[in-house]
Design a protein around this ligand. Structure first.
Ligand SMILES: Cc1ncc(COP(=O)(O)O)c(C=O)c1O
Length: 415
């Protein structure tokens, strides 16, 4: 696996030419959204400049080109996650919409009163609220797999106890956006299938950062977002097994999702188009394909190794600073940890920490990270600061973060 030449990579990202308050941008918030390489930005403008047309309908050249490029992008995305062809991929707006799509289609038809839906205490709101809404609509019961005593990974006993309730669905994150914990989704999918549950994997923090193989995991659904993997905002992906897509009712009704329409009824289109009603985000889909080309050229294995190296370096550096508390698995468990480093400094609110980082040109996230049950109820923190990595970060970025932490401590007179 080739090491990543970060300086070369950075040159591909125009945003790193900017200065923030006179300082070069240090971007440590890729778990929120990634930066975009020039090729992705150019793909969007090329579509508008050279072949802007609606897809699926036109018989003229540029419409055919747009349709071809859109379908080609799905094939690229499918290849990235080993999903055969693009046929079982639905383009959505983001992970959130992908998960909601499952709740309003397959789950709407298959979850009933008194049924159990299972999530974990590590989920993003996107993988909690749609299931709360479904539970309310259907009179179903929402259960949680709890965390171990260290609050760093799922509790094995709780997995067994909750699966013994025979849930209809297990909806589980592959990598926590708060703790960075990587869940063994392959093993838990196997266990869940033995109880008859379907499994939805939230891949928002895994697909952009490590090799993900749908066939190997064996899950029924996988949701992820283009904007976290070098693609534009407004394009997301839902993979579902073919028979599930065939059997599920459409989500939204309108153009493109039909074969025929009569005054009282309609015949839905083939999979996956029956789930893509109306004109989609054409340029977003095409640019996501270009983002995937970029990622595959670097190599998902190399990206994972690079982030592991940075996470190890950050954990070692930050653990040496007095009054800094780290969350998640220890450095010895780096194999189960993604490139996310949450921390708190005793006596300084995380928002103040993030503001001081910003004064140094460093972008980090502070808040509940859209995971209030985890951050507020379980970790009992009002908020956390979070550093997160991608292929354009290096050790110098970590050193800058360490200097900013020391600056914050000195401003707040924390010894
Ligand atoms: C684990 C996880 N799931 C879901 C989401 C939601 O992604 P989006 O806002 O792109 O829908 C995020 C975003 O941070 C996430 O980290």
């Amino acid at each position: 696996m080739a090491a990543i030449d970060v300086e070369k990579v950075k040159n591909d990202f125009p945003i790193f030419d900017i200065k923030v308050g006179g300082k070069p941008l240090v971007y440590l918030d890729s778990a929120a959204t990634s930066q975009k390489p020039r090729k992705v930005i150019n793909a969007i403008s090329k579509y508008y400049k050279r072949y802007n047309a609606n897809i699926h309908r036109g018989v003229y050249k540029i419409a055919e080109q747009a349709t071809e490029e859109y379908i080609k992008s799905k094939k690229k995305v499918a290849k990235l996650v080993n999903a055969d062809s693009g046929e079982n991929l639905v383009y959505t707006r983001n992970t959130t919409e992908s998960i909601n799509m499952v709740s309003y289609t397959w789950a709407e038809q298959n979850v009933g009163s008194g049924d159990h839906i299972l999530v974990t205490d590590m989920e993003h709101h996107s993988n909690i609220v749609p299931w709360q809404m479904l539970a309310k609509r259907k009179g179903a019961i929402l259960d949680y797999i709890s965390l171990n005593n260290e609050h760093s990974e799922l509790d094995e006993e709780s997995i067994e106890t909750q699966l013994a309730k025979n849930p209809k669905l297990l909806a589980i994150t592959h990598c926590s956006n708060v703790l960075g914990t990587i869940v063994d989704v392959k093993s838990i999918t196997r266990k869940a299938h033995q109880t008859g549950a379907k499994v939805l994997v939230d891949g928002a923090q895994s697909v952009p950062h490590m090799p993900v193989d749908i066939a190997d995991i064996g899950c029924d659904f996988l949701a992820f977002s283009g904007h976290k993997m070098l693609g534009p905002t407004g394009i997301g992906v839902l993979y579902a097994k073919h028979d599930i897509l065939e059997e599920s009712q459409p989500f939204l009704g309108g153009g493109d999702m039909i074969k025929t329409v009569e005054r009282q009824d309609f015949t839905p289109n083939d999979v996956p188009w029956k789930f893509e009603a109306g004109t989609p985000n054409i340029e977003g889909g095409i640019a996501l394909g270009v983002a995937v080309d970029y990622l595959r050229k670097i190599g998902m294995g190399s990206i994972r190794e690079h982030e592991k190296m940075l996470t190890r370096y950050a954990l070692e550096k930050l653990s040496g600073i007095d009054k800094v508390n780290l969350f998640g698995l220890p450095v010895e468990r780096i194999e189960s940890r993604g490139g996310v480093v949450p921390f708190a400094i005793n006596g300084i609110h995380p928002h103040d920490v993030a503001t001081i980082f910003d004064s140094e040109g460093i972008a980090i996230r502070a808040g509940h990270h859209c995971a209030m049950p985890l951050v507020v109820e379980i970790l009992k923190e009002p908020a956390l600061s979070r550093i997160s990595f991608y292929l354009y970060n290096n050790e110098r970025d970590v050193d800058a973060a360490v200097a900013a932490i020391n600056k914050a401590k000195s401003i707040f007179k924390i010894q």
